[in-house]
Design a protein around this ligand. Structure first.
Ligand code: CP3
Length: 355
């Protein structure tokens, strides 16, 4: 068993860049298809019903928590769920498919503003239930899709390899693109604020596809919109995590985001990431999800490398660099979580020395 204080969250302390007794770890997409107990439930209940039934969403959220010594839970939902609340007709197959892609001014203006209590009450109820049931006083992370990632799915209609249709739309219709992004940004601001009010103790923006953009387009479109969401959460008083996949070429811009924590992919070592982000940001990441397929000793070496590159300065949350793959062996996750805790545990005097 790893060391764990029941009354204080090591994860939240690391978000605030406070010294911690060991490195907190959670895993992006930690609830889902790699877990047999999830697949068992999914055999009986479709994905949307899982996300819309608070008792089931709470159960799935807590599945990985019961199995592994993770330091945070993340709400079970999807980045596309609030868009359904805004009137977008979409299905999951298993990735999101939008019935009528949004590519005209009329379609953009037709998007309803999101009123979370009215449009997605089940999400807020799920949060309340999870908070009541979470074991070991574990904190709960609420989340939303980054405006540009949502834009990609809405404009393309279905996943594309490099979201070509959406990126072409940015250049062919820049003003309409900005309007759509700002609408999405405001909706996600309201959505995340409501999640914090319902009990979420940290808020994460998943910007999975903004790394496809050239730096000027990233700043003009993706970062501009994300900043609008992040600014709306200032008053929520909980740590904000801004994750940008493939952000190596964008780090200087990302460092200017109004977020306490920056989540990064595995393509750049964390010592370089931290130098470029500066001391005012905590960092989250960044083991390659593929490393979970290594033999046990090699997985430990890879985890060790990430810990070493993150260094001893406060403000590192261990995670993968992107979501866990559906065919990952749960035993590898257990090994990783326990190893990170054991290797990073320090007696209290050593913790003081790093502060
Ligand atoms: O523990 C968790 O993190 C689970 C909650 C969660 C889901 N989706 C559940 C889900 C979260 C945080 C997400 C975020 C999400 N959804 C992102 C951002 C993170 C990332 O991986 O980049 C994106 C891009 C999506 C869009 C999406 N939804 C895709 C691409 C898919 C299909 C394939 C996949 O990756 O699982 C979904 C459907 C979806 N969302 C599933 C789950 C568990 C699979 C549904 C099923 O059981 O059939």
């Amino acid at each position: 068993m790893s060391a764990r204080a029941a009354d204080t969250s090591v994860f939240l302390a690391a978000c605030r860049r406070e010294p911690v007794p060991y490195r907190p770890i959670w895993i992006m997409r930690q609830a889902g298809r790699y877990l047999p107990e999830y697949r068992q439930l999914r055999a009986k209940v479709d994905f949307e019903t899982l996300t819309r039934t608070p008792e089931l969403a709470a159960e799935v959220t807590l599945q990985p928590i019961k199995r592994f010594a993770l330091d945070a839970a993340i709400l079970f939902s999807d980045i596309m769920t609030p868009l359904q609340g805004m009137g977008v007709d979409l299905t999951f197959a298993p990735g999101p498919v939008v019935r009528e892609p949004i590519r005209t001014e009329a379609a953009i203006d037709g998007l309803r503003a999101l009123v979370p209590e009215r449009d997605v009450p089940f999400v807020l109820e799920s949060i309340r239930l999870i908070r009541a049931e979470a074991p070991r006083g574990l904190p709960l992370i609420g989340f939303a899709g980054g405006p540009f990632t949502l834009f990609c799915y809405l404009v393309c209609g279905r996943p594309e390899k490099e979201f070509e249709t959406a990126r072409a739309f940015l250049y062919s219709h820049p003003e309409a693109s900005l309007r759509l992004l700002e609408r999405l940004a405001d909706a996600m601001g309201a959505y995340l604020a409501a999640q914090a009010k319902a009990g979420a103790q940290a808020l994460m923006l998943f910007e999975s596809w903004a790394g496809l953009l050239a730096p000027p387009a990233f700043e003009r479109f993706a970062l501009h919109a994300a900043q609008r969401t992040l600014a709306a959460l200032r008053a929520a008083g909980v740590p904000r995590i801004y994750y940008v996949n493939q952000c190596g070429a964008l780090l200087e811009a990302v460092a200017g985001a109004e977020a306490e924590v920056i989540g990064v992919d595995w393509r750049m070592p964390l010592d370089r990431v931290r130098r470029r982000l500066g001391p005012a940001k905590a960092v989250q990441g960044n083991l390659d999800p593929a490393a979970l397929f290594a033999a046990p000793e090699e997985l430990e070496r890879q985890a060790e490398r990430v810990l070493a590159e993150a260094g001893s300065a406060p403000g590192h949350i261990f995670n993968l660099g992107h979501g866990i793959w559906p065919h990952t062996d749960p035993e590898a996750v257990k090994r990783l979580v326990d190893y990170v805790h054991e290797r990073s545990a320090r007696p209290p005097h050593a913790v003081k020395a790093t502060s």
